[in-house]
Design a protein around this ligand. Structure first.
Ligand code: AMP
Length: 206
């Protein structure tokens, strides 16, 4: 078996800012941000895979696990082959996967989870407004409708929160996601930079 990708999971409810923070972190050399939502949204919506994604995401549902894991593995392979991801030198920042306990179990041979950063924001109304604004700006059909947003939160609580139990609370750091993006990023860097230095010190010397 080839070595597992050393990973940090950005975790939190839909709308909490995982994508924004993941992208910021991914700008720092040595970190590679990868969002499954972004991979899905980049599909040709007229293709079979694009159609499957749209069918589930427009209802606020998770795309079936087999389909998701296969697509994710193909994407990782392409990134490595294209020289866009070097597992020896980069900490993988995963955003949006694994999204349930079954995905976490399927990915045991793929990723070594060094830490989970759990972004926490108490106020649902703030998140709701933020997501509806994002829907307008980015033309995201799954964030336009309040009913779909609330369903996504239900799915998160029911299916995604158990992923924390899978990895154990010990590897999970709580991050306050309320505040300016720069402030939240500061909290994230406090956890992520020492982790990166600890596990990728050899890569930093070259
Ligand atoms: P996100 O951008 O992470 O909020 O994801 C948008 C939508 O993509 C989700 O509501 C799901 O329909 C789908 N999706 C993203 N990641 C996954 C995953 N790991 N498993 C299943 N569906 C996913």
């Amino acid at each position: 078996m080839s070595a597992r990708y050393r990973s940090l999971l950005i975790f939190g409810a839909p709308g909490v800012g995982k994508g924004t923070q993941g992208k910021l972190l991914g700008c720092i050399p040595g970190f590679l941000h990868l969002s499954t939502g972004d991979i899905f949204r980049s599909l040709d919506m007229n293709s079979e895979t694009g159609r499957v994604f749209r069918e589930y995401s427009s209802r606020g549902e998770l795309v079936p696990d087999d389909f998701t894991i296969r697509l994710w593995r193909e994407h990782m392979r392409k990134m490595i082959d294209a020289g866009r991801y070097n597992p020896q030198r980069q900490l993988l920042v995963l955003d949006g996967i694994p999204r349930n306990a079954s995905q976490a179990a399927s990915m045991i041979g793929d990723i070594e989870v060094l830490q989970i950063l759990h972004l926490v924001a108490g106020d649902e109304d703030v998140l709701l407004k933020r997501m509806q604004r994002r829907a307008e700006q980015q033309n995201r059909h799954d964030d336009a409708d309040e009913g779909v947003i609330r369903h996504r939160w239900d799915v998160y609580n029911r299916e995604t929160v158990p992923v924390l139990e899978h990895y154990g609370r010990a590897c999970c750091a709580q991050i306050n996601a309320i505040g300016t993006p720069g402030r939240v990023l500061m909290h994230i860097l406090e956890a992520a930079v020492p982790l990166h230095e600890k596990h990728f010190s050899n890569a930093l010397e070259h």
